[in-house]
Ligand binder design. Structure first.
Ligand code: SF4
Length: 191
């Protein structure tokens, strides 16, 4: 499946019960040939309403973090400074509860196909659910941070989800260290 066929398939997906409560699926956004992929957990209320990942306060924080590295989610930027953004789940869990294992399993082929189409050089896994979905490793986030994981041809760096950073601003320094690790791993020249 190419990008348009994949997006159409996701839009009509009823493979798990989350389809019943969604306003719409949230497929992803950004530069599909970008060398960076950001993976979050699942759509929240605003994402479900707008059909875009990472909008609202957590999206603004993500954009600030990306900007600090000279990255953006614009669709027409240089590939080495452009990101695509997707979630592990494409439909909103009720009341933003944590995704269940069977939901992640049902939705996994879509994220896997997005990765295969994009072939990102670097993947930032934001939060434990994203890390688990990508790496299949149930270890706590603290044990997954601070090192470079490998997924196919991509390097995976695990960091905190922006919504967690909004609740725990004291952890922002650790998130910045994770971003610097990602930039070093990608050989990203600092602007
Ligand atoms: Fe399909 Fe994923 Fe939505 Fe479940 S969460 S209905 S698997 S698109």
């Amino acid at each position: 499946m190419d990008w348009p066929a994949l997006q159409q398939t996701v839009a009509g997906c009823r493979a798990c019960a989350l389809c019943q409560g969604r306003t719409q699926t949230v497929f992803g956004a950004g530069h599909q040939q970008g060398q960076w992929l950001i993976v979050g957990e699942a759509p929240g209320a605003q994402e479900d309403a707008l059909g875009e990942p990472f909008v609202g306060p957590s999206g603004q924080l993500l954009d600030s973090m990306l900007q600090a590295l000279g990255l953006s989610r614009q669709t027409d930027g240089e590939p080495n400074r452009s990101v695509y953004i997707a979630n592990a789940l494409k439909c909103r869990p009720p009341a933003n509860r944590t995704p269940q294992a069977q939901e992640l399993q049902a939705c996994a082929p879509f994220l896997q196909r997005q990765i295969a189409l994009q072939q990102p050089r670097t993947i930032l896994a934001m939060g434990k659910t994203a890390a688990q979905a990508l790496l299949g490793d149930p270890a706590p986030l603290g044990q997954l941070r601070g090192r470079v994981h490998s997924l196919g041809g991509s390097s995976v760096i695990v960091t905190y989800h922006p919504s967690y950073l909004l609740r725990s601003p004291g952890e922002k320094a650790k998130a910045w260290a994770d971003l610097c690790l990602a930039a070093d791993t990608a050989g990203l020249p600092q602007k």
